[in-house]
Design a protein around this ligand. Sequence first.
Ligand code: ZN
Length: 275
Amino acid sequence: MTARLTRVRRSGQVLALGGLVAAAGCAPSMTLQQEAELGQQYAAEINRELPIVQDAQVSSYVNELGTSIVNRVDQRGLRYTFYVVNSEAVNAFAVPGGYIYVNRGLIERATNASEFAGVLAHEIAHVVERHSAEQLQRAQNANLMASVVYGVLLGREPSGVEQVGLQVGGSAYFASYSRSAEREADMEAVDYLVRSGYHPGGLTTFFRKLLDERERRPAAVEQWFSTHPLTEDRITEVEQRIAQVPSSSLRNLRRDTDAYQQFRRRVSQLSPPPR
Ligand code: ZN
């Protein structure tokens, strides 16, 4: 597949990938290889736009943890790549083809390994279940892409000073799933965590933390809530799923690891996010 990236300039801003989406829209159904190629091109654009953390220790930890989950749940031969984004906004998102991004602000709030593994497992499930590949196929042209991105992120067309907002616009598109896709990713994540040796309770403790923070400091977690419809119901459903896991299986699952705490310390020492 030779989808070419096109750039649409508006108000001095760059919005990429119209051509990519248009190309995807023509295909009746995307093969895994097409999905991987599209994902790779999209990831290359995102990596140019977002402040990706280059620290070797940080990227090796997130890739080792992520890959250890992937190896137990995805046998299709996709090669996943995990990135940490130097942004205070709480967010995580998955691009088709196995490119997964987690913001620094999320890592600061995920205080133990099972919470962080829970977020990765949820994003991996979006890739395994091809939620974002399906979204790409539904998008028929660049204008739709642009309106979805601006709509999700800003609720309107961007002004000249919204560079930072636009940088995360593409990610907002991929992180914005239907309620049923979110539920499916949660249910899968519980299963993935058990198979990977992490306690799935990390998902619910993390979600609750975000709900609590929304009460106190809504701006800090706004991006997460705009792209991940998170409600008390959703947490209850995850709890119900966990209740179906035999307690003999839950007993030996990890809540935390030294490696995660080292990773988190390292992230906290990174230079401040760019303004
Ligand atoms: Zn999700």
